[in-house]
Design a protein around this ligand. Sequence first.
Ligand code: HEC
Length: 152
Amino acid sequence: MNYRKWVVGVVLAGTALSLAVAPAPSNADQYLPRLGDIMNLVQVRHAKLWFAGQAKNWDLAAYELAQLKQSLADAASFYAGLPVDNVTTLSQPIQSISDSIAAKDGKRFASAVTELTSGCNACHATMERGFVAIRIPTDKPFGNQDFRPKGR
Ligand code: HEC
């Protein structure tokens, strides 16, 4: 028995009404990442995306952008309470980043990532998390990853 079922079992055992409680959702056995945990992944990918673009490693940048989009999509689907507007307004900067990667245009890339970053902070402000202030990263976060394109 997994921990969650065990907890639910113990909690429900205490009350006669327990059997009337709605059945556990079908995905009860799946691990649901906490929103803050997904956001930490988004933060990592935001940083890696930036450094990939700085190194003109466009393959890596495209990969990190896809990962970042997926994490944001996970956040939106698992946490329906997130403001829809703050999610949809990200699609425009994300498209610009994608276009700039395809065009290998470092300047456009930089301004599109800056725009995306404003979108991160706009939602944090809406959600009363304005103290989580995202910016263009200054230091490379991962000394164990070479951001340069292969063969250079
Ligand atoms: C649609 C809303 C929304 C968007 C867009 C958004 N965030 Fe968040 N973010 C949140 C919320 C809500 C929290 C607080 C989560 C919590 O308290 O569990 C958060 C928390 C965070 C945290 C703090 C996590 C921690 O444990 O320290 C980081 C870092 C973060 N976001 C990064 C980003 C980055 C980077 C982007 C943009 C690429 C972004 N977020 C876009 C809503 C959003």
